[in-house]
Structures are given as structure tokens and as C-alpha cells.
Design a protein around this ligand. Structure first.
Ligand code: ATP
Length: 332
């Protein structure tokens, strides 16, 4: 792993590096360098070009994430609220890593350049190729038990939208309870996982997967319309700057949610609600409900109009599909 990371950090400038130069910088033989290059291509889908007489290079420069630079660029408030920032090359899942690290301080953020088993809700997979997108989890600590956290995934999604809007991304929408859409396609997913007891203190791992520059070859397993930021922005986008902006929003938002609940986030949710007014299907564990989405209530429950009545649903085991959306697979 360490070697792969080192070789990629050398190639990240997008220039040619000869096999001999790489071998001497890495303290390896030329054939060992070749094996590492093959691993990058075959296992991590990084298309290293090999040109006789010139060496190896990436088709374009690649920005790897650096913790020190991110911390230095954070706002004073976010820096104060950050427990620790850890950047890993490859993890099973950033959520899993935090869930298995019980002594980690509140406000810890773990970021991975690659997830081997990135996850969505209810066992679904989150496609997470190396160095292309952002995958990170933030540990929030809350008093008062899980019941107070029903709207947290909405608050997190609103905070992500605020951070992206501040960086010039337009046409963002929110799909209850945890998706961020760009031009109607899935751009970002939020996954909250809780540890704690009813009424007691709670540790919440908030995972965010955001598509920045997804290689189409890596995305063949995504079974619903998706997009990434690069397709909608004219200039190349810095993952480093994006992550800093996201943490600037998310770290204070956790504290705000603890003090004020969903209230400071409601207006933005309603403004960006991508399904309000549309015919929808709600996939419940035992049945499917058809109706018209009518926004959310003050707790973040989904409102559905059906047979002239309004019903409210809390997220848990529910999946929402709009009438026009293809019925893509769900794991259960
Ligand atoms: P729900 O409405 O139940 O949350 P969902 O399809 O949005 O349904 P999530 O658990 O939020 O489910 O996300 C997992 C799903 O997202 C996968 O099943 C796949 O369809 C899609 N997906 C996986 N990886 C990506 C990605 N990198 N970008 C966009 N979509 C993805």
C-alpha cells in the first residue's frame, strides 16, 4: 500500500517519469516498479500510460489529499470543532473505520482516497474509485438519544448543498432523506450510522460520498442515473478545496443541530426539495405506497398526499422513488 501511494504521489504531477528514475526514488528494481504500475491500473483503475523511451505518466495531473493543507485552510470555527483529521489511502469504508474506533474524539474526520466496500443504506454499495471523488466520515456526539436525530441526515445534506453552492455549483436538489442531486442525477449520498442508547449520549458517524471526477469505467455498477461535479463545471475542480469547504459547513452544522435541531436547515431543504409536488412511490418493508410528495414537516418526516389526506413517514426503512424514476434495484 505504502509503495503504491508513494508511486502515485510521484506520478500525480501528470509528467513523464522514467522507470529508472522511479526505481531510484522508490528504492525498487525497474521490474518491481512495473508491477506497481500494473497494480495501479488493474486493481485501482488508474490508467498509467507507458511510453517507450519516456517512461510512465498519468493522462492528467491528480490531486491527492493532504491533511496539513486542509487543516490550515479551515475556518477558525471548523478548526476548533475538528477532533482530528485522518487521510487514508484505502479503507473498507470510512463509516466502518469510525464505528470501529470507539475512543476517537468527537469531531474526528476520516477521509479515504479509495473505499473497498463503500456503503449506502441497507447494505447497498457506494462506488468509490481511487483518487477520483470524496469519501469521508465525521463523528458527531450528541446528548439526548437517537430520537433527537431523526432530521440529522437532512441537516447534513443541506450543509453539503450549502458548501457546494458556495463553490459555484448550481442546479442542486435534495431527495429525501439522504441524496443530493445535480441536474436531477445522484451526485452525493449521506449515510448516518448511530451508536448509543435511548435517552443517552449518542455517537453518530456521518458518511458522505461525493462524486467529483468519476471515471466512467468505474461507474458501470451504479444502477441509477448519476453524475459528478466535473461534468457540470467549466474549470477543473480541486478536491482539496471542496473538502475544506465541506468541513467548514459540516463541523459547525453538527453543533447547530445539537442546539437548535432541524429548524435552521428547513428553509433550505424546502427550497431545494427535488420531489415536492411529484407523484412518488414509497417502498416500505412490506408494501409500496403511491401518492404525491408534499414536502417535509418540522421534524424532517416526509409528507405524502394520498386519497385526499396527508400522511407522514420517517426515513428508517423507507426508499422514495419518483413516478418517472426507473425502478432500479434495491437490495431488499
Ligand atoms: P434510498 O432512497 O433507499 O436511499 P438509494 O438508491 O438512494 O436509495 P443509497 O443507499 O443512498 O440508496 O445509495 C446507494 C445507491 O446509490 C446504490 O444502490 C447505487 O444505485 C447508487 N450509487 C452507488 N455508488 C454511487 C456513486 N458513486 N454515485 C452515485 N450513485 C451511486
Amino acid at each position: 500500500m505504502q509503495r503504491l501511494r508513494h508511486i502515485l504521489s510521484i506520478l500525480a504531477d501528470g509528467r513523464f517519469h522514467s522507470g529508472t528514475a522511479l526505481a531510484s526514488r522508490l528504492g525498487l528494481s525497474r521490474s518491481a516498479v512495473w508491477k506497481q504500475i500494473r497494480l495501479l491500473s488493474e486493481q485501482y483503475n488508474i490508467p498509467v500510460q507507458a511510453v517507450q523511451g519516456r517512461g510512465y505518466r498519468l493522462p492528467a495531473a491528480l490531486e491527492l489529499l493532504e491533511a496539513d493543507r486542509i487543516i490550515a485552510d479551515l475556518s477558525p470555527e471548523a478548526r476548533r470543532r475538528l477532533g482530528r483529521l485522518q487521510i487514508e489511502w484505502s479503507l473498507d469504508s470510512t463509516n466502518q473505520w469510525l464505528l470501529e474506533a470507539p475512543d476517537t474524539p468527537c469531531g474526528t474526520v476520516v477521509v479515504a482516497e479509495h473505499q473497498r466496500q463503500g456503503r449506502g443504506r441497507r447494505g447497498r454499495a457506494w462506488v468509490s474509485p481511487l483518487g477520483a471523488n470524496l469519501y469521508f466520515s465525521l463523528l458527531g456526539c450528541f446528548q439526548g438519544g437517537p430520537a433527537n436525530l431523526a432530521g440529522l441526515s437532512l441537516a447534513v445534506a443541506v450543509s453539503v448543498v450549502r458548501a457546494l453552492s458556495a463553490q459555484g455549483v448550481q442546479d442542486l436538489g435534495l431527495k429525501w432523506p439522504n441524496d443530493i442531486l445535480l441536474q436531477g442525477k445522484k451526485l452525493c449520498g449521506v449515510l448516518l450510522e448511530l451508536q448509543g442508547e435511548a435517552g443517552g449520549p449518542c455517537r453518530v458517524v456521518c458518511g458522505v460520498g461525493l462524486n467529483v471526477n468519476m471515471p466512467p469505467t468505474a461507474a458501470t455498477d451504479i444502477d441509477q442515473p448519476w453524475t459528478d461535479l466535473q461534468h457540470s463545471l467549466a474549470q477543473p475542480i480541486s478536491r482539496q478545496r471542496l473538502l475544506t469547504g465541506l468541513l467548514d459547513e459540516l463541523l459547525p452544522a453538527m453543533a447547530r443541530y445539537e442546539q437548535e435541531g432541524l429548524a435552521p436547515f428547513l428553509a433550505d431543504w424546502r427550497r431545494r426539495d427535488a420531489v415536492a409536488g411529484k407523484p412518488v412511490q414509497l417502498l416500505l418493508p412490506q408494501r409500496t405506497v403511491h401518492g404525491r410528495a408534499a414536502g417535509i414537516d418540522a421534524q424532517g418526516n416526509l409528507l405524502i398526499e394520498r386519497n385526499g389526506c396527508q400522511e407522514s413517514y420517517c426515513s428508517g426503512e423507507i426508499s422514495l422513488r419518483t413516478g418517472t424514476e426507473p425502478a432500479y434495484a434495491t437490495a431488499d
